[in-house]
Design a protein around this ligand. Sequence first.
Ligand code: 0O2
Length: 221
Amino acid sequence: MENEEQKTRLRDLLNDEETLKNLDAFVRMNLLYEAAMKVMNAKLEILQREYSMAHGYNPIHSVESRLKTPKSIAGKLRRKNLPLSIEAVRRNLKDVAGMRIICNYKNDVYTIADVLKRHLDLSVVEEKDYIANPKENGYRSYHLVLTVPVYFSNATETVPVEIQIRTIAMDFWASLEHKLRYKKDGKMSYDLQQRLKASAEITDKLDEEMQNINLAINDLE
Ligand code: 0O2
């Protein structure tokens, strides 16, 4: 019975012009951001293969990409006191398409950021170096928002993609910190905050030392 009611409600909803228009606009918006991530993924794949061939070394350990969920988009619009509309998303949110590039060493992070900034079809919209200037809680990562051209049948759209570039160690730290923050609804005890901050310092020292050891090994070869 309940199922039947739900079905009827869904049918009514899908017959409603306004709902259909919004649904269509949402699907189109998703297509746009997905396409931009595909373009970026292709660029990174080419870069990795070319790096391995030309230098016998690949500075990229792994790449992750994600599309922000509708719930998370709505939450961010609300926090910014913006209307829940596709237009507000397009105008104000730069992280609907998000990619994370994980590198082995700190200098690889800067290498990749520099290479991407040299791509003539990409434009830098935002750049934050949280490695040179870590956040108060210890967070380290290199953030770039780049616009990517996406070619459709009758138009070219420039779509923002947020790219976080960090080392394996920085990623390890950020994943745990994110999980804790999410679990505790943004609230964390002073003790945990301090321990995380201290861990971030240790992580940074580890990154430095691993990089130095790797350079020393390279010198031996
Ligand atoms: P989620 O859940 O990862 O998507 P803006 O996005 O521009 O409105 P802001 O804070 O100026 O806001 O952007 P910033 O500093 O470039 O941060 C964007 C993203 O970086 C965040 O997205 C996180 O993914 C990550 N980030 C920033 N600071 C921290 C931090 O202290 N810890 C961790 N673990 N990640 C961080 P969201 O949308 O906040 O979160």
